[in-house]
Design a protein around this ligand. Structure first.
Ligand code: DQA
Length: 146
């Protein structure tokens, strides 16, 4: 099984950006945790981060025939990007949405998730653990379908 993990804008700044909200661990720490979880689950993982909406759309499109499932934290594009929602719908791969912070308890403009409408599981406010839970969910689903 291959899982694609996508992180949107400013998540490369983890550890520096608003540590009171996102914690002190870095994007590299997150990547390490994800790789460790992948080897524990016996799955392959591709990690992708971009600050550009169109590049994220293109990477989702490229997952077709390449990866079996998607974990996505679209960051600020969560709340604005119909293009990312449409890309997720287009490839029609099982997808799980992750947010490090609890967006439900933050500003009103974070209450809408377009990408989340194409995701079947949601891990919100669990910190980095949310990515690992999303990977477990998708790996279990894939194993059941084999
Ligand atoms: C975020 C929440 C978004 O509202 C914000 O724009 C981010 C990160 C999260 O992981 O908590 O950049 O997706």
């Amino acid at each position: 099984m291959k899982i694609l993990v996508i992180n949107g804008p400013n998540l490369n700044m983890l550890g520096i950006r608003e540590p009171g909200i996102y914690g002190k661990n870095t994007y590299e720490d997150l990547c390490r945790m994800i790789r460790e979880k992948a080897s524990e689950l016996g799955v392959e993982v591709s990690l992708y981060q971009s600050n550009y909406e169109g590049d994220i759309v293109t990477r989702i499109q490229q997952a077709l025939g390449q990866e079996d499932a998607i974990v996505i934290n679209p960051a600020a594009y969560t709340h604005t990007s119909i293009a990312i929602l449409d890309a997720l719908k287009a490839v029609h791969l099982p997808a799980a949405e992750v947010h490090i912070s609890d967006v439900n308890k933050r500003e009103p403009f974070r209450q809408v998730s377009y990408a989340g409408m194409a995701c079947e599981a949601h891990y919100i406010g669990l910190g980095f653990e949310g990515y690992l839970r999303a990977m477990e969910y998708l790996a279990e689903k894939y194993a059941r379908s084999e």
